[in-house]
Design a protein around this ligand. Structure first.
Ligand code: G6P
Length: 610
């Protein structure tokens, strides 16, 4: 939550900051601001609203500056008003912050007693005042910040400028993401790489405790926890700037839905050998001997990634017969879980920065489990703290509603399950080959599934005024019913529920009347007959039935007029194919309802606070 950007160099910082904030807007978008140095004075411009409002607000001034910091906010402490927007200022100190200062109240009360005047309701403002206290004692910015942060508890990534040391930006990371970009005679700080991808692909991913000083000449990093200067590890990022652009699509979400064949192909490329029948475990820092001994798996995640975790349980238990427990990360971390020694936790996280997921991952490690992170962002906290990482190569996902990250997570789980089945000798070479074969066909099948686009648009036109929606699924596609409902409610604000179809009689059937659209996932699998009965129950109560079924499924077609046809795959891959029409349906309904698809109200892509 919240996005930070900073620039120092020879170009005008202002458009770079604005452009960077636009790239970070998915992290929060209720207010924004920048500060910059001009004629040896720091200027701050902030407003409630989105980056385009900030852009409009500063347009007339034509500000030119060579150093500045900016912020896009997702409110935690204090309403999304101009006065609570970042940067915050005390004297010559300005600060942008992502995270939560847990002891801010006590700090603030103490400072107020000493006569310091606060102008916002935020937790961040205490950082400015603390740093100012020390610069007033004659400390330079680094020393003042170091002393100030000794008082602060919580998670933070901050960018700091001091009017009296005009040629530097300071950046500190503690539990909230922060990366640096290295250009020629120019340097960047940002919460996420796409913010400066247009200018450089050379990146330093800061570690906890790192305090970086950026000038036009270079970067130096001192680790506050280790009390020493640390060596910089520069990584070259393979993402290209166009990957973080809309590429002609109206919204990032739609672009990302249509990118799935490429994203899945990239996620499987080089990850297994069809000839040898093996998954390349080394790349994920996994060993077959370790998998062989594995008797228990925990799958933990939040949001859409949690739906992937649920599918993971169906795949692993069916294919390998290793018991799995699935948890929402915020539940796992507080429920005193029983984690037998030698268990594996698979954390699933697009961003690798979700606060609850990180806490759950740390808790599992503390209890002696090994952690495998299925993650999309290279160098993210989850990836760095895990024992092994399976990177989904879906490219940057900007739309708040996750789509391609989700289907690549499912792809990763499929490959992991095959590796586990091989290690545990649950599958023979022939069966493994068949599973790989099906995987190789997947990008093409996803491409085919995307051809339902027009049919989905028609259904969206029919039902976009609905007040409620019900999604039904069974077995491995029950989590897809949950995913369909989540997507619809988060981007179109229609109340929607996902249910295991067998549970319908225990409650939701009472909701069915001629106004309620009910979408049933009805693949040709072992529970098709069961869901067909559930569909009859909906029909006989006047519900408006929509079905997603395999092409050629006459049993479904004879019962329902609204059928979305999907290509055949094996059982384990149906959730990938069947999620496609559901993501599209949520998208088109949201567009028809004139909702802000890429930035739904109250949400943020990366939930870095609890
Ligand atoms: C937020 C996003 C979701 C995402 C969830 C988990 O709620 O809006 O799209 O699924 O966080 O994020 P992660 O990065 O951990 O997968």
């Amino acid at each position: 939550m919240c996005g930070i950007i900073g620039y120092i160099g020879s170009r005008n910082a202002v458009p770079i900051l604005i452009n960077g904030l636009k790239r970070l807007e998915y992290r929060g978008y209720d207010s924004a601001g920048i500060s910059f140095l001009k004629n040896n004075k720091i200027g701050v411009r902030r407003c409630a609203g989105k980056i385009k409002d900030l852009e409009l607000y500063i347009k007339k001034e034509k500000i030119v500056s060579h150093v500045g910091i900016g912020h896009t906010r997702w409110a935690t402490h204090g309403k999304p008003t101009e006065s609570n927007a970042h940067p915050h200022r005390a004297g010559g100190i300005v600060v942008v912050h992502n995270g939560i200062i847990e002891n801010y109240f006590e700090l603030k009360e103490g400072m107020k007693k000493k006569g310091q005047v606060f102008t916002s309701d935020t937790d961040t403002e205490v950082i400015c005042h603390l740093i100012l206290t020390y610069t007033q004692k004659g400390y330079d910015l680094e020393k003042a910040t170091k002393e100030a942060l000794k008082h602060v508890e919580g998670a933070y990534a901050i960018g700091v400028m001091n009017e009296f040391e005009p040629d530097k930006i300071l950046a500190v990371k503690n539990d909230s993401p922060l990366v640096l970009g290295l250009g020629k005679g120019e340097h960047f700080i940002a919460s996420d790489i796409p913010a400066f991808l247009k200018y450089t692909r050379d990146v330093i991913i800061l570690e906890n405790g790192d305090m970086a000083t950026l000038t036009t000449e270079g970067i130096s990093i001192f680790n506050l926890k280790k009390s020493k200067t640390v060596k910089q590890k520069v990584e070259k990022i393979s993402w290209t700037p166009t990957m973080a652009e809309k590429g002609g699509y109206k919204h990032f979400m739609l672009k990302e839905i249509f990118e799935q064949p490429r994203a899945i192909a990239d996620t499987i490329r080089g990850r297994f050998s069809l000839e040898k029948g093996t998954v390349n475990l080394k790349e994920f820092s996994l060993r077959e001997s370790m998998l062989k001994k594995l008797n228990k798996i925990f799958l933990v995640a939040c949001g859409t990634s949690w739906h992937a975790a649920m599918v993971g349980k169906y795949i692993i238990e069916d294919m390998v017969r290793v018991p799995c427990e699935v948890d929402i990360a915020s539940e796992f971390r507080y429920r005193q879980p029983i984690v037998p020694r030698g268990s594996l936790m698979i954390v699933i996280t697009q961003s690798g920065e979700t606060a609850d997921t990180l806490a759950a991952q740390r808790e599992a490690k503390r209890l002696g489990a090994k952690v495998l992170s299925i993650c999309n962002v290279v160098g993210s906290t989850s990836a760095r703290e895990a024992d092994g990482v399976f990177y989904t190569h879906s490219g940057p996902e900007i739309g708040v509603a996750s789509t391609k990250a989700f289907t690549t997570q499912l792809t990763a789980l499929y490959l992991f399950s095959i590796a586990l089945a091989k290690a545990k000798e649950k599958l023979g070479a022939k069966e493994i080959k068949a599973l790989f074969h099906e995987l190789l066909l997947l990008p093409e099948k996803v491409e085919k599934a995307l051809q339902c686009d027009d049919a989905v648009k028609k259904i969206a036109r029919k039902y976009h005024r609905a007040q409620d929606f019900l999604y039904l699924g069974r077995g491995i596609n029950y989590p897809i019913a949950l995913e369909g409902a989540l997507k619809l409610k988060e981007i179109s604000y229609i109340h929607a529920e996902g249910y295991p179809a067998g549970e319908m009689k225990h409650g939701p059937i009472a909701l069915i009347d001629h106004n309620l659209p009910v979408l049933a996932l009805a693949p040709d699998d072992n529970v098709l007959e069961k869901i067909l009965s559930n569909m009859e129950e909906v029909k006989s109560r006047g519900g408006k039935l929509i079905a997603v079924a395999h092409e050629g499924s006459s049993k479904v077609r004879s019962r329902v007029s609204n059928v979305l046809s999907m290509p055949e795959t094996n059982y384990y891959l149906t959730p990938i194919i069947f999620s496609i029409p559901l993501h599209l349906l949520a998208y088109y309904i949201a567009v028809l309802r004139k909702c802000n698809v890429d930035q739904p109200r109250n949400l943020a892509k990366s939930v870095t606070v609890e």
